[in-house]
Design a protein around this ligand. Structure first.
Ligand code: F6R
Length: 608
């Protein structure tokens, strides 16, 4: 949520490099974009509402060259998405420029205080108090001033600040919101995420909470919250830039949907060894799995839906009481947690603040925490007792797809690992469960072959303004994810209900032509699902079913049918979500929408 880039180097390429970096971070927010550099001893500032291209176009006419600068792409929280609220924000004296990701919670108190001192505010944002405060508290020393500012501000922040008196330095600080530092030869970078700087360097420092860093072209000085210099480890980023490019696809979302067989395969080969045993390296060495009497799975959005699939694994395979919660609710539901609780946190980005706060709560109660995340070095990955990475590769499209399927597969493997280690399943049973997971890549590949058919079905629904998604049991959870995908990228208002629940109220909304998407993969429920389809069709619904070819009862009563192979009771849902991803994708494409950057959303949600 909000993307930050900064550059200081021995050349005059700050504008070019910052704009390029911002183009890789637009998934974090696209309400406005802005840049500030020091040019001829003065701060040059340009900011524009709307997508980054507006800023790029406005800079085309202006030849601005500088060796130091900061840039920002915004997801609006405080203040409308206008030019004046776009970052960077400057101090009244024009000496300081600030970019910020996060929320300054006590901004209104600080603002009143600064206004009384004569400061004039030019935006409605929380961030502007930081630029004015930095100027107010300025001692001539950037590090010292940053610590003074930190003493006054509350909330979450990744801050990048330049001062016109230091045309070769960036001062930055982090609390909760992510910030990385890229190390190049005679050039250094700051960014919210790796893709912004990967073109220039693979050597990265992850700033920790409370740290302050002074960035110069040939040196980086990091200080902890007690102002002691810390020796930070440099991490080499192993993945490639082509993972962060569309590679010929019209949208990242389609590329990421199509990458699913490969990413599932990658996950399997990373965590299943040649002898057919699940192997998470040393990750679980210090964990006594026998002590757990319950599992909590905590996440938001799509990751929450993946958690709902995981619930079935832990209950069926491990026989453990399992509870799945939305992270933003979990904290306020007075959860029963103690040292016998195992809490699994799912987060693609590893930065979702709601999930992070829930993680902190679980740790404070003595629970053992496992993070399943997709981003190396992310905050959640570093806060949890154990981290298992999903190997989905970089996910750029705001709508999550391959992260979801790899999260489900990773939970399946953890569930089997735990059951085998606790002797709840035999070697033979383990291998039987694994046989199902091995089939997934090929079976997902088979669904992708149906994309033209799904695109044609999408042509029948893209003009609809609402619809329902139905399923029973584990299929209800898949339906929820399908419905979220449709809502977020096609803006069609869909709701998912357990198929049996519809008659208790929502069926009142079914009329001639209402779209109803049904998921049916569970053999034990096929007849009941077929009855539910008949009920809505009798009222004029247009029914699209995602089902297995053996579910004749469902096929016979549906208007459109998308067939998925049988992949076992627990894993067929990994297949049935794929047509729903494609259906949402093509619906948005036929509507002519910006699939990868749906309105009002951002990829990494670092506000509560
Ligand atoms: C939906 C989507 C969001 C995220 C949610 C959690 O397509 O992307 O619902 O799943 O914001 O994000 P992470 O997984 O990064 O914690």
């Amino acid at each position: 949520m909000c993307g930050i880039v900064g550059y200081v180097g021995n050349d005059e390429k700050a504008v070019e490099i910052i704009l390029d970096g911002l183009s890789k971070l637009e998934y974090r927010g696209y309400d406005s974009a802005g840049i500030a550099v020091v040019e001829n001893g003065e701060i040059f500032l340009e900011k524009k509402s709307g997508k980054l291209e507006n800023l790029v176009n406005s800079l085309k006419e202006k030849d601005v060259f500088s060796n130091v600068g900061i840039g920002h792409t915004r997801w609006a929280t405080h203040g409308n998405p206008t030019d004046r609220n776009a970052h960077p924000h400057c101090s009244n004296d024009g000496k300081v420029a600030v970019v910020h990701n996060g929320i300054i919670e006590n901004y209104s108190v600080l603002k009143d205080e600064l206004i009384k001192k004569g400061y004039i505010f030019n935006s409605d944002t929380d961030t502007e108090v930081v630029s004015q405060l930095f100027s107010e508290l300025y001692t001539g020393d950037l590090i010292e001033t940053m610590f003074k500012v930190k003493e006054r501000i509350r909330g979450s922040y990744a801050l990048g600040i330049i001062h016109k008196d230091y045309p070769n330095k960036i001062i930055c600080a982090r609390k909760e919101s992510p910030l990385i530092i890229g190390i190049g030869e005679n050039k250094k970078f700051i960014a919210s995420d790796v893709p912004a700087i990967l073109k220039y360097t693979r050597d990265v420092i992850f700033l920790d909470n409370g740290e302050v860093a002074l960035i110069e072209e040939d040196k980086v000085t990091v200080l902890d919250k007690n102002k002691n210099i810390v020796n930070k480890e440099i991490t080499k980023i192993e993945w490639d830039m082509d993972q962060a490019t569309k590679n010929g696809y019209p949208h990242f979302m389609l590329k990421e949907i199509e990458e699913q067989p490969q990413m599932i395969e990658k996950t399997l080969s990373a965590y299943i060894d040649v002898e057919g045993h699940i192997n998470f390296g040393k990750a679980f060495d210090n964990i006594d799995f026998n002590k757990f009497n319950e599992i909590h799975i905590i996440a938001c959005g799509t990751a929450y839906h993946a958690g709902l699939q995981g619930e079935f694994f832990f209950k069926k395979i491990n026989g453990l009481r399992t509870n799945v919660d939305i992270a933003s609710e979990f904290r306020y539901n007075d959860p029963f947690l103690d040292e016998k609780s195992l809490v699994i946190f799912l987060s693609q980005s590893g930065e979702t603040l709601d999930t992070l706060m829930a993680l902190k709560l679980a740790k404070s109660k003595g629970a053992t925490t496992i993070a399943i995340t997709n981003v190396l070095g992310s905050t959640i990955s570093r806060e949890a007792d154990v981290v298992i990475y999903t190997l989905a590769g970089v996910e750029i499209s705001v709508a999550s797809t391959k992260a979801y399927t790899t999260q489900v597969v990773t939970m399946y493997l953890i569930s089997l690992y735990l059951a085998y280690r606790n002797k709840k399943i035999t070697e033979e049973e383990l291998q039987k469960y694994l046989d199902d997971v091995y089939k997934l890549p090929e079976n997902v590949g088979n669904i992708l072959l149906q994309k033209e058919k799904i695109s044609n079905i999408a042509k029948n629904i893209y003009k609809k303004d609402r619809g329902f998604y139905l399923g029973r049991g584990i299929d209800d959870k898949t339906a929820k994810e399908g419905s979220l995908k449709m809502k977020e990228i096609s803006y069609i208002h869909t709701e998912a209900f357990p198929a049996g629940e519809l008659k208790h109220g929502p069926i009142a909304l079914i009329e001639e032509g209402t779209m109803v998407v049904v998921v049916s993969t569970q053999d034990s429920m096929v007849e009941k699902v077929a009855s539910n389809i008949k009920e809505v069709r009798a009222r004029g619904a247009y029914v699209i079913s995602v089902t297995k070819e053996t579910h004749k009862e469902v096929i016979d009563v549906s208007d459109e049918v998308i067939i998925v192979n049988n992949n076992g009771m627990l894993l067929t849902p990994v297949l049935s979500v794929v047509p729903l991803q494609l259906l949402a994708y093509y619906t948005a494409v036929h509507k002519g929408l910006d699939v990868d950057k749906p309105r009002n959303l951002a990829k990494s949600v670092t506000v509560e």
